[in-house]
Design a binder for this molecule. Structure first.
Ligand SMILES: Nc1ncnc2c1ncn2[C@@H]1O[C@H](COP(=O)(O)OP(=O)(O)O)[C@@H](O)[C@H]1O
Ligand SMILES: [Mg+2]
Length: 275
């Protein structure tokens, strides 16, 4: 049987062990797998529930204290160089603050060119620019308005979409996006989420979408995973999680959702969150 695309297997992450011997379990025996077919999985939960720790595990930025992370069925900690390089290219991050990942002294072109060259995906500069143009357009950016500029000359929403274009240019199979729209204006949120949604339908990219916003999770996800205190307390299709939440914490989350903003055009199949 084909292994999952990416899998967290019974992973525990412990922080601390200070002088007072307290240990915080940021994740407590959590398992989660993304299927091979392109999908959007939303991770929702309050601050401190372990969402970011989960993304850091998936991105290989953190090793589990117990358990394992597997990509295409191979444990990250036992991969050979070639498999690890492929994993590094195919699993890409989009972070909350799009400014922090740019070097302010270089034009954004550089953050698009370098990874393409480093992963040996292009032979010439022309070929690189051709791909960069295509990827910028795929996320709704005009290359002429984007290239040749410094990060501060772009809006937060543009910077965020350049990061998505970058992941796309690397032929990523998974994008791990930790609160990707929490720092951008509400009016831009829908555009960025639509770009991410399109990656699944048009480019076969899977998305792990981390958010504390149940409404957008419901809008774009195929599956919602609810985290609470380092554990997954509930998961399922958005309809069932929202309509019939089983866990008390999920019920509280659903009850706390503000009504939808009628001024935002989602561009997706309009899907109002049931009240
Ligand atoms: N580097 C760290 N050192 C100590 N504790 C941490 C560290 N990273 C996260 N934690 C703790 O682990 C828990 C989960 O954090 P995090 O994964 O960032 O949650 P979320 O992203 O859902 O807000 C929190 O209690 C947090 O304080
Ligand atoms: Mg977080």
């Amino acid at each position: 049987m084909e292994p999952p695309l990416i899998e967290i297997r019974a992973a525990t992450v412990a922080f601390g062990a200070h002088r007072d011997k307290t240990v915080k379990l940021a994740l407590n025996a959590v398992s989660l797998a993304l299927p091979q077919t392109p999908s959007i999985t939303a991770i929702v939960g309050e601050s401190g529930s372990g969402k970011t720790t989960m993304t850091r595990l998936m991105l290989g930025l953190l090793k589990p204290t117990q358990g394992a992370v597997l990509y295409q069925g191979h444990d990250l900690q036992q991969m050979d160089r070639a498999a690890f390089a492929q994993y590094r290219r195919e699993v890409q991050a989009v972070f909350q603050d799009p400014y922090s990942v740019y070097n302010p002294f270089y034009k954004v072109d550089r953050s698009l060119l370098l990874p393409l060259q480093r992963f040996g995906l292009v032979k010439t500069r022309e070929e690189a620019y051709e791909q960069i143009h295509q990827c910028l357009q795929a996320v709704g950016l005009r290359p002429a308005d984007t290239l040749g500029r410094y990060p501060h000359q772009l809006s937060g929403g543009q910077r965020q979409r350049v990061m998505i274009a970058r992941a796309l240019s690397l032929k990523a199979r998974v994008i791990v996006a930790d609160e990707p729209v929490s720092m951008v204006d509400a009016s831009l949120r829908a555009t960025i989420l639509e770009s991410l949604y399109r990656l699944k339908t048009e480019q076969q990219v899977s998305l792990l979408y981390v958010t504390h916003d149940l409404t957008t999770a419901y809008q774009i996800a195929d599956r919602i995973v609810v985290m609470y205190n380092g554990q997954i307390v509930e998961e399922g299709e958005p309809e069932s999680v929202i309509h019939a939440p089983k866990h008390a914490y999920t019920r509280a989350l659903v009850a706390a959702v503000p009504p939808p903003d009628p001024n935002i055009d989602w561009g997706l199949e309009a899907k109002a969150l049931p009240r």
